[in-house]
Design a protein around this ligand. Structure first.
Ligand SMILES: NC(=O)c1ccc[n+]([C@@H]2O[C@H](COP(=O)([O-])OP(=O)(O)OC[C@H]3O[C@@H](n4cnc5c(N)ncnc54)[C@H](O)[C@@H]3O)[C@@H](O)[C@H]2O)c1
Length: 359
């Protein structure tokens, strides 16, 4: 539903299935959005930051996509952010747009707790949880960051969209949150792995399905342009967990989407660290000397694994490019009787009009 406006390139090579696959590529639809008529949709947005309201970081902007999807039906009933000024700022910007009516009655809340209390008698239809994972993704109630639990208890019937990464705490905590989300059987839950919904990825799935192909190998390469990545937390492993959890997670997710579950004991990885010669970056937007040495992120990571199916997987992630263009590619190689096919998804992260794409 909140699929990002990505226009990746899909290449297919070689094999006798290719001809039918090539013809099929012309079927990839260009995303078109026409708001359908219907009753108002009440939405609670958590987080007044880049993912929900856009930035020069990338093309993501959930509020804008909701506006496009729902048109006059959209009613943003609440915006949760402890940074009241930032929340007021994004609402002021909305007041100057055609979508202003959707935000006319938006109340700013300082916490999820305050929002759930205030909206108890008129629950939203949809909650978009786009705060940083350090402030959610836990069942620990002590700091009030058990957002998923609070939202589930207060609004069990609301659809819930949770940004990635689901959690950055201990794995056991992440699993508890995942179990909680799984348990919400009565309502839709979705996590912000938007590439799954892209038309090109769906076409790859269709080609595999229709040609009865078996995945042999996935190979994902995601090299980011880091120059405009200006949030100190992003460069600090102890806060955002580093670029594999924060960014390559999209390609790890796609790898699993095609390859299935991974034999975790098979994973091998190497990294270039910040202190190594090939790890020197000359255009960082943050002062890395302010980040404790042990918390600084790796520059390049290469990992391989076996899928439970016996297929193999490979991931490379790099914090390496200057300028604004990312270099990304996901190759999926398959076989069917008497033929092999390699599908290649390239340029999955287009630039925003004003800057780069990042996480
Ligand atoms: N799916 C994607 O492609 C994609 C892209 C960008 C970001 N993200 C994810 O979105 C999330 C937010 O990232 P961002 O770029 O918007 O960050 P951001 O720093 O731009 O904004 C985060 C906002 O959340 C607010 N906040 C802090 N604590 C809060 C709390 N307890 N409750 C509510 N709001 C709180 C902050 O004040 C800030 O305004 C992260 O998990 C990030 O990984 C996903």
């Amino acid at each position: 539903m909140l699929a990002a406006r990505v226009r990746p390139v899909l290449r297919v090579s070689p094999g006798s299935a290719v001809q039918c696959a090539r013809r099929a590529l012309s079927d990839i639809p260009t995303p078109k959005v026409h708001p359908a008529p219907g009753p108002p949709v009440n939405v609670l947005i958590v987080g007044a930051g880049n993912i929900n309201f856009g930035s020069d970081e990338g093309p993501w902007n959930h509020s804008q996509r909701l506006e496009a999807k729902l048109g006059a039906r959209l009613r943003v009933v609440g915006l949760v952010d402890p940074a009241a000024e930032r929340a007021a700022g994004v609402l002021a910007s909305k007041a100057a747009t055609l979508a202003a009516p959707a935000y006319a009655d938006t109340v700013v809340y300082p916490s999820v707790q305050a929002a759930t209390a205030a909206l108890a008698s008129s629950p939203p239809d949809l909650v978009v949880l786009g705060s940083p994972p350090a402030f959610r993704g836990t069942t620990d109630k002590s700091k009030g960051f058990n957002a998923e639990e609070q939202l589930t208890d207060a609004f069990p019937a609301a659809a819930l969209f949770v940004e990635k990464p689901v959690a950055t705490g201990p794995v056991e905590e992440a699993q508890k949150v995942a179990d909680l989300l799984e348990s919400r059987k009565g309502s839709l839950v979705s996590v912000g792995y938007m590439l799954r919904y892209s038309a090109a990825v769906q076409k790859m799935k269709e080609i595999i399905r229709e040609n009865n192909l078996t995945v042999m190998m996935t190979s994902a390469r995601y090299v980011m342009a880091y120059e405009h990545s200006s949030k100190p937390a992003w460069w600090n492993k102890s806060i955002d967990c580093g670029p594999i959890v924060e960014q390559a997670t999209h390609f790890v997710d796609l790898s699993r989407y095609f390859g299935g579950e991974v034999d975790l004991s098979s994973i091998l990885a190497h990294s270039i660290e910040w202190y190594e010669k090939p790890g020197q970056l000359s255009k960082m937007a943050v002062d890395e000397s302010q980040i404790p040495e042990d918390d600084r992120i790796p520059r390049f990571t290469s990992a391989t694994w076996k899928y439970e199916s016996g297929a193999i997987g490979h991931l490379e992630h790099g914090v390496a490019l200057q300028g604004t263009e990312f270099s990304t590619e996901l190759a999926v190689c398959e076989w069917a009787q008497c033929r092999g096919v390699c599908l290649c998804l390239a340029d999955s992260h287009p630039q925003s009009p004003t800057g780069t794409s990042s996480s």
